[in-house]
Structures are given as C-alpha cells and as structure tokens.
Design a protein around this ligand. Structure first.
Ligand code: SAM
Length: 205
C-alpha cells in the first residue's frame, strides 16, 4: 500500500460514520447524508417512485427501501450493485441511461430524483468542479424530464466556479432551492447538496 492510500485507509476506518455504517449494516457511510436530509425534509414518502443516480454500492437505495417498503426505486450506476428489495438496478452511464430509457417514456412519474454521483476526483479544483457540474447538468436534465409536478431533486455538487449559476438556473424550475451540508459530508470537502423542492415546470425542452 502506498503512503497516501495507507493514510486514506486509516482515516477511513477511524471515521465515525464508517464505523456506524458497519455496525448498522449499511452499504456506505453516504447513507447518513441522505438519512439526515430525509429526516428533516421527508423526501421518501409512501408509494413514491424514486430515481437514484450514481447508486453503488447502494446505501441510498438501501435506506429508501428500508424506510418504506412501498417505494419503487430505479437505481443507476456505472459499477455493478448487489440487489436490494424494491430496487430495479440498471448498470449504465447516466447519459446512456437518459438516451436509452427515458426516451422510451418509461419514466414519466418520478417523485424524487436523488444523485450522489461524483466524478473521479483529481484534487485539482479547476478540473473537479466543472466535471461535477457537467454531471449535475445531466442529472438536472433527467430530473426536469421525469419528475412529477411538485417532484423533488437532491443532487451532489462541489462548491466552486459555476455552481452559483447552476443554482440560479434551478431556482427557475423549482419553488425552493436549498444548499445542505449534512454532518457526514466532510467539512474539509467542497461537497454540498442541492435540494430543489417542488418542480414548477415539467420540462426544459
Ligand atoms: C459516492 S458514490 C455513491 C454512493 C451511494 N449514494 C451510496 O450510498 O452507496 C458515487 C457513484 O457515482 C457513480 N458514477 C460516477 N459517474 C457516473 C456516471 N456518469 N454514470 C453513472 N454513475 C456514475 C460511481 O460509479 C459511484 O458509484
């Protein structure tokens, strides 16, 4: 193990959320980010249709499925994901997913689009922030074309150049747009989440 990966490994296993995720049998520490946001805003409601973009290893889908067994989840990731009850998993890039599935009108009534998608991080802000915004734009396009009237969107972003413009644009489509930084999101990271509540318009096309 290199010095850098050994340092990462030690800070990972001593992380309180990693310990809690292991103890409570969650697939990822990321579950605590969704849990905190959901406990405040009640995003996962009975019978809702949910799209989980960038879902692997599956913590968010697992949380939603366990919170309410009546929800239906479609989860998408480049990587494989072990099956979860009530979750239909599609292994795909989100762009291909949008082209191959959404155009067939299979997803007309989504209540919540949630995206924890992250690009491969280089550590260089001038590369990572635009890469994240590019993914967030794709997520927003999927959301704007699939959400029910009054549907909600939760998407991971990095703070940086261009992020304010993205938020400004989203404010045109949703009644409320908030920035949330759950406790499990590391304070030294640029990671934030945009929570856009109640879609006003059906499509950007
Ligand atoms: C932080 S992880 C998600 C963790 C997940 N929320 C959980 O709780 O287990 C981000 C995921 O985004 C996926 N991803 C990145 N780019 C993607 C893309 N273009 N299309 C689909 N998935 C992508 C990665 O493969 C990775 O599994």
């Amino acid at each position: 193990m290199s010095k850098k990966s050994s340092k990462w490994y030690h800070s990972h296993i001593s992380d309180e959320f990693v310990k809690l995720a292991n103890k409570e049998n969650w697939r990822s520490r990321a579950v605590f980010k969704l849990k905190e946001i959901d406990e405040k805003y009640n995003l996962i409601t009975p019978n809702s249709n949910i799209l989980d973009l960038g879902s692997a290893p599956g913590g968010w889908s697992q949380y939603a499925s366990q919170k309410d067994s009546s929800v239906k989840i479609t989860a998408v990731d480049l990587l494989p994901m072990q099956s979860i009850e009530n979750v239909n998993f599609v292994q795909s890039d989100i762009e291909d997913f949008a082209n191959n599935f959404l155009k067939k009108d299979k997803f007309v009534k989504i209540d919540l689009v949630m995206s924890d998608i992250a690009p491969n991080i280089s550590g260089i802000d001038s590369a990572d922030v635009p890469a994240m915004l590019n993914l967030a734009d794709m997520v927003a396009e999927i959301a704007l074309n699939t959400l029910n009237d009054s549907g909600n969107l939760l998407v991971k972003l990095f703070q940086g150049k261009g992020t304010d413009n993205f938020l400004k644009e989203m404010r045109e489509y949703f009644e409320k747009v908030k920035i949330v930084k759950p406790k499990a999101s590391k304070s030294n990271s640029r990671e934030i989440y945009m929570l856009a509540l109640k879609l006003k318009y059906k499509s950007i096309n």
